[in-house]
Design a protein around this ligand. Structure first.
Ligand code: GAF
Length: 376
């Protein structure tokens, strides 16, 4: 059963009525452009077919939410909405209500049921999927006139200020703005968007996603540390954000700051180069840029772990055109661009290498660029 059907069914059993609407928001992979979003740089994600579904119905007051796999229903009203007032998984829902209300929107009281097939904790943006599904559902239910860009920015505020994770704007943008068959080229300073055709299947290719199932180690603290070092480096260099500098600044830096800045500067260029190749229809040509991105994350940004490095190496040894970790790092998933006919062989080779290394078994699937948030 799809998450959409499961959210509807859960809604009926929890609230004794049928939902008025169901909205679905996808997880994402990022083709290239990692840790560039909070540096005002460029990213190139695409939405996954895996979604989080939010089934909704107006209520007389307050908000009640239940989620598949979680016990009971969490209820809150405006007085509970200060950051920290609602915790755990329901904070992603309360955060959206809080951000909307804080912006002056008249958020409708509602009952909400959630179901998802976006893997959690795998760096595939499960938290943005829940935020964006709830955001779209509440905006529609209340007739709130918010642009897609406003919804993205408010969903990011929910994550940053309510949940307390200092992330950039890529994930909420990907979940909201993506288009099927395309990658989303996003300028994270202006939020200007170009939908880049990315028909991998027509080119006889697949994007294989390997979820390493590596336990995330120190993710939150390490992410915040990388962001802080980048922002401090921008101040030192006298610019608003690292997007405003190029390789000419490398000679003014050393040590950790040099490595972090070098990653961001070269990664932004790799995104632009990838977009250039895709615009000319050369999908295979982006492979070396993906692999260079991985090396930069491994050696300069220092956000990979042995499981992801192994998955990348084995994919390349088995014929991938390029491979890289996707997402915030310290575990999570690897993308490999492979001939479609080789996808399962590459997945098996990675699984064998993981077994030999004593790592937890990985999961793999082929990702097709899918639609952003939508009503179903
Ligand atoms: C996480 C964050 F949520 C994004 O904003 C982005 O920084 C990404 O890590 C790294 O590119 O997914």
């Amino acid at each position: 059963m799809t998450p959409i059907a499961r959210a509807s069914r859960l809604f009926s059993s929890a609230f004794g009525a049928a939902p008025a609407a169901v909205w679905a928001a996808p997880g994402r992979v990022n083709l290239i452009g990692e840790h560039t979003d909070y540096n005002d740089g460029y990213v190139l994600p695409f939405a996954l077919p895996q979604v989080t579904a939010a089934a909704v119905l107006p209520a007389s007051s307050g908000w009640s939410v239940c989620s598949e796999g979680q016990d009971g229903t969490v209820s809150f009203d405006p007085s509970d909405l200060k950051p920290g007032g609602v915790t755990d998984w329901a904070a992603y829902v309360a955060g959206v209500v809080w951000a909307l209300r804080d912006s002056g929107a008249d958020v409708p009281p509602a009952r909400i049921a959630i179901a998802s097939d976006v893997p959690i904790g795998a760096g595939l943006s499960s938290s943005a999927a829940i935020e964006c599904a709830v955001m779209a559902a509440l905006c529609s239910l209340g007739g709130l006139d918010l642009s897609a860009e406003a919804q993205v920015r408010l969903a990011q505020r929910a994550e940053n200020e309510y949940v307390g994770a200092p992330t950039g704007i890529m994930d909420q943008s990907a979940s909201t703005l993506s288009r099927a068959g395309h990658a989303l080229f996003l300028d994270c300073r202006t939020l200007s968007v170009e939908h880049i055709p990315f028909d991998v299947a027509a080119a006889g290719l697949s994007v294989l996603v390997v979820n390493t199932n590596a336990p995330h180690r120190h993710v939150d603290g390490e992410y915040a540390d990388r962001r802080a070092v980048c922002e401090a480096a921008a101040r030192t260099l006298g610019v608003r954000a690292l997007r405003d500098v190029g390789p000419e600044v490398f000679s003014r830096l050393d040590g950790v700051a040099l490595r972090r800045v070098r990653h961001v500067v070269t990664e932004n260029q790799r995104v632009l180069d990838t977009v250039h190749l895709l615009r000319s229809g050369d999908i295979r040509g982006i492979g070396p840029l993906m692999t260079a991105s991985h090396k930069s994350m491994r050696d300069d940004f220092e956000i990979t772990v042995p499981e992801v490095d192994t998955a990348v190496e084995v994919a390349l040894e088995n014929g991938a055109y390029g491979a890289r970790m996707t997402g915030g790092g310290f575990g999570g998933c690897v993308l490999a661009l492979v001939d479609a006919s080789r996808a399962s062989a590459v997945a098996s080779a990675v699984a064998e290498a993981f077994a030999s290394a004593g790592f937890t078994a990985p999961d793999s699937f082929v990702a097709t660029p899918s639609q952003g948030v939508h009503r179903v």
